[in-house]
Ligand binder design. Sequence first.
Ligand SMILES: C[S@@+](CC[C@H](N)C(=O)[O-])C[C@H]1O[C@@H](n2cnc3c(N)ncnc32)[C@H](O)[C@@H]1O
Length: 498
Amino acid sequence: MRDEMTLPDHPAPSPDTGPDRRRPARASAPDVDPARLACLHTLTKVREDDAYANLVLPTILDQARLGRRDAGFATALTYGTLRLQGRYDAIIAECIDRPLPQVDAVVLDVLRLGAHQLLAMRVPTHAAVSTTVDLAAYSAGRGASGFVNAVMRRISEHDLEDWLARLRADASDTTAALARAQSHPAWVVKALRQALKVNGRDADGELEALLEADNTDPQVTLCARPGLITVDELSAQVRAATGEEPRPGRLSPYALVLSGGDPGRIEAVRDSRAGVEDEASQLVALMLAQAPLEGHDERWLDLCAGPGGKAALLGALAADRGATLVANEVAVHRARLVEAAVRALPDGVVTVRAEDGRKVGSQEPGAYDRILVDAPCSGLGSLRRRPEARWRRTPQDVAALAELQRELLAGAAAAARPGGLIAYVTCSPHVLETSLVVRDVTRQLARAGIELEPLHAGRLAADLAPQAPAGADRQMLQTWPHLDDSDAMFCALLRRTV
Ligand SMILES: C[S@@+](CC[C@H](N)C(=O)[O-])C[C@H]1O[C@@H](n2cnc3c(N)ncnc32)[C@H](O)[C@@H]1O
């Protein structure tokens, strides 16, 4: 590839022409676009401090005092760059003479931001190149700007389609081609292919669409908590605050979907009568609440409740039913978030606890009628909303989480009364965190004299959702970003028979 590309006006870009760390001659701040600088600060915090972009970006935008338009541009640029970092690194690697790891980390972040503007945003080439060069000069010294200028010009010689074809052509196999072109680690590509297969889907036909869906900006989904606010009332508040007409949910009767914007401008969100919650999350909470149950139906448990979206919906449904909910969360600061999420509910409906959920089975055996185990997981089902997550997670994380998930589900089964219901939920379609956990725990408990009977979660989902999810034919429900426009949420519904 490198040989095919000629750069008559510019020297071959090389890390040698990168920033001179000894004597950085920086451009002055007025040369730098504050929106792009805010993006670079965020990327630096994500890289150096393991920060979450969605947590640090709003503060950085506030400090930069950007107007709404510039803040929107900076948000799209930051999230898009983080999601597509793998694709851009592969492209940048084709444009330089040295291995990518030899490029200064700040310069590489600047180049990634530049590549996203050239290939995924409607920024004119000259503006993308000149602002990126200015950003390099300001953040890494004037010595970096020649290098960045040359790389940006090489990137701009091809459009996205052309680059993707080149990345695919240079890849060693299909997984590597998808990993490079669709910007996912290869192990995640393999795990998602397996998840599609296990769920009876056309893995080869659908995988690229799933990966592509992970690369899109998520919409903002609200949940109108029943008994606290109706969907119509919430819709009126959305219109008043944003001027936007939200669309009704497809998977949840309580959902309203907005194209974007700051939900904090909506009064009901501020006072917790509504919350920001993906439709599939709403659906699985509703499924636990509505699954048929014989006998008493008074004591509900949310075993892993923080930050509290599902606890707030379950609490609202429990209040309507005359039931109570214990919302348990091991991390104290996250238990405080649960308290905030449920604060609009009538007193006495929800009790928030901060304990290790693995102990509940021995401490309160047979105590609960309905239990939600929304287990800590890899989050591979919500990659759209967590732009940096795919680059942080490892296969080792998945194995460690699966162990914890098994312990939590086994504890929940012991805490359910005979006849009681358990919803085992993850925001990941990875087979090690989903069906295999359910299979292992069911077998292990059978040996201990506790029987778990699976209910048909897919059918129940189809009955409750305004539109049946794509996986409604399966006993264990799996929703999909590319088919349901939601997170990839897994839900197994289990009845403890003895
Ligand atoms: C997927 S999140 C739950 C999301 C939550 N249900 C909601 O809808 O907002 C998993 C939660 O489990 C918590 N957790 C991790 N280990 C736990 C344990 N041993 N016992 C209870 N909670 C735990 C994590 O701190 C995290 O807040």
